[in-house]
Design a protein around this ligand. Structure first.
Ligand code: GLV
Ligand code: MN
Ligand code: MN
Length: 414
């Protein structure tokens, strides 16, 4: 058993170079989708690829591809990658690890002069995080659909920026990247990512082979009441939407996750308007991120959440509206590809476990149009979507080695 040959030092240096783009004081990154920092990271990736002789392409949603040609250019490529955008207070590894490890695999194949039977392409998908513009996974979703949904063009970001303008500026910033159709035939898709949870680290395993992804739904809730004077309005006359929201959320926090350990219920953003000290608010808006591996359970939970919000709002003389922003049904990855990854891990001497991903990933959308699978590596304390996110060097290198082993195994089986 030999570890697949990649240049670990080069990969670690690249991780550091990309972490410097949008670096935050706390050691993380703020490289939001389609921002100047995201553009700088894309330019760096495109420049490295072009210097290595890989062809550089982008599509209408600014997914960025580096292609190393194979023996038969007519065969659909094997695509490997992840995303370069980050959360607002994001870590250095979420997404970047997968893109830069994929680049390292491509370069290591080139260094060794290995001719692959078909092209291998590295991809950086646009706006996986969904923290700048919603929904998340825009790039892979548009790729799988074969077009950019018209509804996205009117979107604005949390900072007031206009999606359509920033997308156009991002595309224009890389004029050397040839425009190709949004969506094309892919032989298989493979993505390396940090686990973003604690199970691999606790089990002291270097590799997870991901068999599927749990479902995610995002909602925007608006509770409307009546603004009134904080000092003069007695309890009986209050229609306080924040009191209603707090009552509903108290019940939901007490029920959704405590009653089902597979469920995830998160409110990550809340806005109170008009937001003054001495007035009862008129309106409260907040997000809900709801996840579960089973669609029927998501349906039931969605109904329960909506009913709880309506009841609590009604009791406070308010109204509640819950709008679904986003529905990513659970995905099961291709059994043949998972088996190929297991064989590759065994051949390379990596102990592993099979697992379902709690986070969503671009692979979820690729799985709709091609055989897809993922490889996870552990991260310290399972921490992610946090500037302190950390992967030890040895695990970074092992992940890229496992990716190379997986690429070789899949190329041999396609
Ligand atoms: C991906 O970033 C997720 O929220 O799962
Ligand atoms: Mn990610
Ligand atoms: Mn993320």
């Amino acid at each position: 058993m030999t570890a697949p040959p990649i240049d670990g030092e080069r990969l670690l240096a690249r991780m550091a170079a990309f972490a410097a783009i949008g670096a935050t004081a706390k050691g993380g990154v703020n490289r939001q989708a389609l921002s100047p920092e995201d553009r700088a990271a894309r330019a760096l990736l495109a420049g490295i690829g072009a210097a290595r002789g890989f062809s550089v392409h982008q599509d209408a949603i600014a997914n960025l591809f580096l292609r190393r040609e194979g023996r038969d250019p007519a065969l659909p490529p094997l695509v490997i990658g992840s995303h370069l955008d980050s959360q607002i207070t994001g870590g250095r590894f979420d997404g970047a690890l997968g893109v830069l490890s994929a680049l390292e695999v491509l370069e290591s194949l080139a260094d060794a002069g290995i001719e692959t039977p078909r092209a291998v392409e590295v991809v950086a998908w646009t706006n996986e995080e969904g923290s700048h513009y919603q929904p998340g996974c825009m790039g892979s979703m548009a790729f799988a659909a074969g077009a950019v949904p018209a509804a996205w063009h009117g979107l604005t970001g949390h900072d007031g920026s206009r999606f359509a303008e920033e997308l156009a500026a991002t595309l224009a910033a890389l004029p050397q990247a040839a425009i190709r159709p949004t969506g094309f035939t892919v032989a298989a898709y493979l993505e390396l990512h940090i686990e973003q949870g604690p199970s691999l680290e606790r089990a002291e395993l270097p590799v997870g082979i991901v068999t599927g992804i749990q479902g995610t739904r995002w909602f925007e809730v608006t509770v409307e009441g009546q603004a009134a004077h904080a000092g003069t309005t007695a309890l009986a006359f209050r229609r306080d939407p924040l009191a209603a929201a707090v009552a509903a959320l108290g019940r939901l926090y007490g029920r959704v996750m405590p009653q089902d350990e597979a469920a995830r219920f998160t409110v990550g953003r809340m806005n109170v308007a008009p937001g003054v000290v001495n007035a009862i608010p008129e309106r409260v808006t907040f997000s809900i991120d709801l996840r579960h591996p089973e669609s029927p359970v998501l349906d039931r939970l969605e109904g329960e959440i909506a009913a709880t919000l309506r009841e609590a709002a009604g009791a406070a003389g308010c109204t509640a509206e819950m709008r679904r922003l986003f529905d990513m049904p659970p995905a099961r990855f291709d059994a043949g590809l998972v088996a190929a990854l297991e064989a590759a891990a065994q051949r390379s001497g990596f102990a592993f476990r099979s697992m379902v991903s709690g986070a969503f990933h671009d692979a979820l959308f690729l799985a709709r149009v091609a055989p897809a699978a993922m490889i996870f590596v552990p991260c310290r304390d399972g921490l992610s979507h946090n500037e302190a996110e950390f992967v030890p060097d040895g695990n970074v290198v092992a992940g890229a080695q496992m990716l190379r082993a997986g690429v070789e195994e899949i190329l041999a089986r396609l």
